[in-house]
Structure formats: C-alpha cells, structure tokens
Design a protein around this ligand. Structure first.
Ligand SMILES: Nc1nc2c(ncn2[C@@H]2O[C@H](COP(=O)(O)OP(=O)(O)OP(=O)(O)O)[C@@H](O)[C@H]2O)c(=O)[nH]1
Ligand SMILES: [Mg+2]
Length: 317
C-alpha cells in the first residue's frame, strides 16, 4: 500500500493503517521521510502526557484508568507504551495488553507498545514520530508510558507536554526518585497504591524533597502531589484535573509552545545525529578513515583535526 493511502486511512482513524505507520517508525523504514512529510500538516493537535516511575509502581494501571477517565470526557485517546531497554515490543509489555484489554474494542482508543529494535538513535528518535502518527490519527490525548527510569526513559517522559511521575509507598522511593533524576521533571506527582501503608509519609517526603529545590516565583507552576489507588480508579479524576490545570497554566504562560519547540528541535537534532552516525558508520573499512588513522599514528595529525575532516567529508555531497 502506498504512503498517501496509508496516511489518509490513518487520518480517518483506521487502526490497521495507524499500526502500519507505527511499524514503519519502529523499523526505521526508508519510507519514513515520505510518511513524515505527509503527516506534518496533520499533526499538532494532541495533548501529550508522559508517565514514568519505577517498575511496578502502577503506570499501566494508571494509564488504563486515565484512558477511561478521558473517554468519559469524550476524548479520543492514544496510548504508547515504550520500552527503551528492550528490542522486542510485546514481550515485557504483554501484561499491559491484559491490563488495557477493557479498551480493546473501543474505536476511540488506540493502544500500541513499541521497542527500539536496536536501531541507532533508539526511542529518542522514534517516540516523537510515533506520537505524530497518533496525533494525525485524531488522538486528542496521547499517554506515553515508559518502562523503567533510566536516562532515555526519563528523557522521553520529560519531552511530553506534561510529565507525570509516579511513586508508591515503601521501596525508599523518595531517594530512588532523587537518584533517577525524576524529581526535576515531574509536572504532576502521583503517589499510587495509596491503599497501602506509608502513602502519606511518601507524599510528605516527596513534598519535602520538592520543596528543597524550590526557588519559585509567583505564577510559577508548583507540581501537585495526588494520591491514587489506580487499581480501583480512585484519585484518577484528580489526576485528570491536575493535568488540565497544568495544560491551562502552560497555555497561559507560553510554556506549551516553548516545550513543543524544544521537542521539535530535539527531534531534528536526533535525526541529524543519527544520519551523521550512520554515514560515519558506513565508513568503517573505508580508505578515508584508514588514511586519517594512519596520519594520527604516525604523528602527522591530531584526532580533533581528523574528526573535523571526517565530518566535512561525510557531510559533503
Ligand atoms: N495495591 C495496589 N496495587 C496496585 C495499584 N495499582 C496497580 N497495582 C498493582 O501493581 C502491579 C503493577 O502494576 P502496573 O500497572 O503493571 O505497573 P507498571 O508501573 O506499569 O509496571 P512496569 O510497566 O512493569 O514498570 C499490578 O499487579 C497492579 O495490579 C494500587 O493502587 N494499589
Ligand atoms: Mg507498565
């Protein structure tokens, strides 16, 4: 099927076409150029929410409950579950499919898991493109769940319009959160599993830690802390309320535009760096690289100048 037809069908919200387009993204297909060119004028309408937090904290359960909450408000919802550490989509995310199964027959919901398939640039490169596909397909809210709290997961979540950081009682979560660098990126904090002991103290500890870094002026956003029992959908309406408040605040202060510009700039940078790395990678065994190496080991050239020459030679033509 040609790209124009696929894009047209995706725009009508046909799940198969959306799936095909995201598979093209996941597989770093050469057709992506054409796909992205066709999607460019169609996207920009979706509100993108990132959810991150330690494994098992309840991200998928919360995501599923949020889908229900947004559906009640009449919104079309996309869910992207990304696993930067895994080359396989599906495996680790199989459980999620079960948790999301109640939405499987709802045409107003599109759910997809995605992995890196080990290609260069990984999800930093492909997640924004998958988001663009869902956006063009008419999803008004896109929930992006990242598995784990490593650097790349945090980066993906931090690039959303609004970033939700989840914690749960116990596990010395406050300290873990601080270590993972997620105390800086949350716009909304959720203490999930509030049916368990220690939720109040986790919320207090979090509140204290957030306050420590505080140098906020009037009108600045103060990330709220919401307690939830996602498994029973308790507190989920409050999360939606916090999200809507953050969105309104961003719009009022020009932050939404700024974030989207930064996201687009990152995306361009990632594509450019990936292209450059691929071209340089193609040079292995090439005589140009060998010649530079030869001049370095014989003391005729320093590695910086050699790198400049290399960049120049791969960016020509
Ligand atoms: N007691 C309790 N358990 C919950 C709650 N929310 C989720 N769980 C359970 O916690 C476990 C993990 O939930 P998930 O939603 O899969 O957590 P996750 O953060 O998506 O996990 P990964 O994707 O593996 O990182 C499941 O067994 C859920 O049923 C809650 O509010 N209270
Ligand atoms: Mg999950």
């Amino acid at each position: 099927m040609d790209v124009a037809t696929l894009v047209e069908q995706a725009r009508e919200g046909r799940p198969r076409a959306v799936a095909r387009l995201i598979s093209l993204v996941e597989g770093a297909s050469p057709q992506l150029r054409e796909v992205m060119a066709a999607l460019a004028p169609l996207s920009g309408g979706a509100y993108v929410v990132g959810l991150t937090g330690s494994p098992g904290v309840g991200k998928s359960t919360s995501t599923s409950a949020l889908v229900t909450a947004y559906r009640k408000r009449g919104k079309r919802v996309g869910v992207l579950a990304v696993d930067p550490s895994s080359p396989f989509s599906g495996g680790a995310l199989l459980g999620d499919r079960v948790r999301m199964s109640e939405h499987a027959s709802d045409p107003g919901v599109y759910i997809r898991s995605m992995a890196t398939r080990g290609h260069l640039g990984g999800l930093a490169w492909s997640a924004p493109q998958a988001i663009r596909v869902l956006d063009a397909a008419g999803c008004e809210v896109i929930l992006v769940e990242t598995v784990g709290v490593g650097q790349s997961e945090v980066e993906i979540a931090a690039q959303a319009d609004t970033c939700v950081v989840l914690l749960a009682p116990g596990m010395g979560d406050g300290i873990q959160a601080a270590k993972a660098g997620i105390l800086e990126i949350g716009d909304v904090y959720v203490v999930n599993k509030a049916d368990r002991d220690g939720a109040d103290s986790t919320a207090r500890e979090l509140n204290h830690m957030l306050g420590l870094g505080e140098s906020r002026g009037p009108g600045d956003w103060r990330p709220p802390i919401v307690k939830t029992v996602a498994a029973r959908s308790e507190g989920i309406d409050e999360v939606v309320e916090a999200l809507e408040k953050h969105r309104a605040w961003m719009e009022e202060h020009g932050v939404l535009d700024a974030r989207r510009r930064r996201r687009a700039a990152n995306e361009v940078e990632n594509i450019a760096v990936t292209a450059l790395r691929e071209r340089i990678g193609d040079l292995h065994g090439d005589q140009r690289l060998d010649a530079l190496a030869e001049r370095i080991i014989t003391g005729r050239l320093d590695p910086y100048t050699a790198a400049d020459e290399l960049i120049e030679s791969v960016t020509q033509a």
